[in-house]
Design a protein around this ligand. Structure first.
Ligand code: FES
Ligand SMILES: [Fe+2]
Length: 362
């Protein structure tokens, strides 16, 4: 197996951001080896609703079946492997555009055109299905059937999720923004997790509202971390980091989030979106302002556009990854990155991970 060494208390070696072999290992052991965030439950609200995504290169359909249950199927036709469907959509059957083999929503093969009745062994040509669960409206898929249920994995974050009502928020899927950044996925997601860089990378956009000095650790482990921070003229925010690919900021009755999908060792799709409480008009207008800022500056908006600054610093990290350096020490403010490294160490090296810890607040 080709994978880099990890000292959880230090930065990752540059090899982690440039090695094709390590990237292939990550696709199998991280992206196909456990829970990955794919979208929100309201994207598949009704029976028959589906959308498509990729998990470590594997095409996947996420759907709500006719019994109202969430599930996930391979989006590769079992005949000659063509991409089966394009989402989003609503259907009871999935028909391949190549030779029209047709599958039920449980993945079983229903019909094969122009073949004798028993010519194709239908049971041997089902679409593989994967674990699919929702945690407070956040949908995750695991191609590894052995993983613990999401409720167990995120048990240490459960009270925060309930306290902030994130399961009741409505996701503004149509306003999601997707961009491709020239940086390894770990550079992008670890940058989203930590608040240490706010004062330097975002001196005018984020630091005045959510200063680095006001950030603190709440609770965390390899399974996910909650940090918090003070916010100008508002209650403290909570930041949920759910590795490998989801970071969300809860502020009042809103959730702004960023998630990533790897495209290549040095290229990452970065998707940002939001969810909020439509019942609270003041909040709704504030959040809609924030979201529309992703593409256009709105003068009344409370938070200017900070994503270009993150893109710049992540791509700068990738430019340096052709060199070598002795991985530097992480400071206490980066405990969330240490947790993420424990997660990587478990996925890549089967390492034991420390139990969840909670920081006492002064
Ligand atoms: S590849 Fe799908 S029906 Fe032939
Ligand atoms: Fe940032």
């Amino acid at each position: 197996m080709d994978a880099y060494e990890i000292d959880p208390d230090r930065a990752l070696p540059a090899e982690a951001y440039r090695s094709e072999g390590a990237y292939e290992t990550e696709l199998r052991r991280v992206w196909q080896g456990g829970w990955v965030f794919v979208g929100s439950a309201d994207q598949v609200a009704e029976p028959g609703d589906f959308f498509t995504t990729f998990l470590g290169g594997q095409p996947v359909i996420v759907l709500r079946n006719q019994d109202g249950e969430l599930s996930a199927l391979s989006n590769l036709c079992a005949h000659r492997g063509t991409l089966l469907v394009d989402g989003p959509g609503n259907t009871k059957r999935f028909q391949c555009p190549y030779h029209a083999w047709t599958y039920r929503d449980d993945g079983s093969l229903l019909s094969v055109p122009h073949a004798a009745p028993n010519e194709v062994d239908k049971d041997a040509h089902c679409l593989p299905s994967y674990r699919c669960e929702s945690w407070h409206g956040l949908v995750f898929v695991s191609m590894n059937p052995e993983v613990a249920p999401l409720a167990e994995r995120f048990a240490h974050l459960e009270s925060l999720a309930i306290q902030h009502g994130i399961g009741e928020l409505q996701h503004w899927t149509s306003q999601r923004e997707a961009e491709e950044w020239n940086a390894n996925w770990k550079l992008v997601i670890s940058n989203a997790m930590e608040s240490y860089h706010l004062f330097k990378v975002h001196p005018e956009t984020l630091e005045p509202y959510t200063p680095t000095a006001g950030a603190y650790y709440l609770t965390g482990s390899a399974d996910g971390t909650a940090t918090g921070g003070t916010q100008k003229d508002d209650d403290d925010y909570v930041l949920l980091s759910l590795p490998p690919n989801f970071v969300g900021v809860i502020s009042g009755k809103s959730l702004l989030y960023q998630f990533v999908e790897p495209i290549a060792v040095d290229r990452t799709r970065t998707i940002s979106g939001g969810a909020f409480d439509y019942e609270d008009p003041a909040r709704a207008s504030k959040i809609s302002g924030l979201l529309s800022k992703a593409t256009a500056r709105v003068s009344e908006s409370l938070m200017p556009d900070f994503l270009p600054e993150d893109k710049w610093i992540c791509e700068r990290g990738q430019l340096a990854a052709s060199g070598d350096f002795a991985p530097g020490q992480l400071v206490s403010m980066e405990q969330v990155i240490v947790d993420f490294h424990h997660y990587l160490n478990r996925q890549l090296h089967n390492a034991e991970t420390p139990p969840a810890k909670t920081a006492p607040r002064e």
